[in-house]
Design a protein around this ligand. Structure first.
Ligand SMILES: [Fe+2]
Ligand SMILES: [Fe+2]
Length: 306
């Protein structure tokens, strides 16, 4: 069955409940065949605005009250990684905007910064209205939810990402650093880790018939935003490799190889039942992540074996 990409592109928050995550993500693959320009991605952003304030979490709250201890723990584990991750990518994107090699890229990345801020606020609202918290500021809430020791996650979000952003801030003309940064930010963190997590959580909600919930709608809108970000990353790296494969392919490969163990490390739950309870296995999730990564790499024009 062919996916109605137009319907997905135009869907408002209400219609998000009728969308399947795999169809939303098929935008990335269609973009690979027929790559949009940076300004096309900007125009999509204009057309795909949504507001956290328009979501209704009433049913989500009822579900939460009836949820089992295991369901709550599994959801909190995943949402802590996402919430904190969205805030970290909001905080570190500004140097990428400054280091953008063209004004079109600068414009696109500015839209992305707003998206990441909105994704952070989405989780903030979910926490206040569904999981519950006494925190009275976003800073306090972020401290409260910061994920517990997860080596892959800590290295990605607290070492690699800020140090890449710092390199760009110190020298915005360093295009090698920009290419490494996009590999880390758009390909490893967004395309491979975040979209995999989103895909399994949304699919599991849909299978349980929870696709009319505020979280399902908002998180699907988040995934549609992410599909634009990932498309940008593929395009940027594809152009770099086409321009000078000898210079850029090894840079991208090196970054990816260093990050591979961190990907499985981040996706690995502290308790396997956090995923098996919902009908999945850890290896299935990591396999999905690796398959999406290979698809993106083929589009960029590199492979990992080289
Ligand atoms: Fe995001
Ligand atoms: Fe993103």
């Amino acid at each position: 069955m062919t996916v109605d990409l137009d319907r997905i592109a135009r869907a408002g928050l209400k219609e998000m409940g009728d969308l399947r995550i795999d169809d939303v993500l098929s935008f990335i693959d269609s973009g690979i065949e027929n790559m949009p320009s940076y300004m096309d991605l900007y125009r999509r952003w204009e057309a795909q605005q949504w507001a956290v304030g328009d979501l209704d979490f009433t049913l989500d709250r009822q579900d939460w009250e009836e949820a089992t201890d295991l369901e709550r723990k599994a959801t909190l584990w995943s949402h802590r990684l996402f919430f904190n991750g969205e805030e970290r990518v909001t905080a570190t994107l500004a140097p990428f905007v400054w280091a953008a090699p063209t004004p079109e890229i600068e414009i696109f990345l500015s839209t992305q910064m707003v998206d990441e801020a909105r994704h952070t606020v989405f989780f903030q609202r979910w926490w206040h209205e569904v999981a519950g918290t006494d925190a009275n500021s976003l800073g306090q809430l972020l401290l409260e939810i910061r994920p517990e020791a997860n080596e892959g996650y800590n290295e990605l979000f607290y070492e690699r990402l800020p140090s890449t952003a710092q390199r760009l801030a110190s020298n915005p003309k360093d295009f090698d650093a920009f290419v490494e940064g996009v590999t880390l930010y758009h390909i490893v963190i967004e395309a491979t880790i975040a979209l995999t997590g989103q895909r399994f959580e949304l699919e599991s909600m849909r299978e349980q018939g929870l696709n009319d919930r505020g979280f399902y709608r908002g998180f699907t809108a988040v995934a549609r935003d992410e599909s634009r970000h990932v498309n940008f990353g593929i395009k940027l790296l594809q152009e770099a490799v086409r321009e000078d494969a000898q210079r850029f392919a090894p840079l991208i490969q090196k970054t990816l190889i260093e990050c591979l163990p961190l990907i499985s490390g981040t996706l690995d739950p502290p308790d396997p039942s956090y995923v098996t309870e919902f009908g999945y296995t850890e290896s299935e999730i990591v396999q999905y992540a690796m398959e999406s990564l290979s698809k993106r790499l083929r589009a960029i024009g590199i492979n990992l074996a080289a």
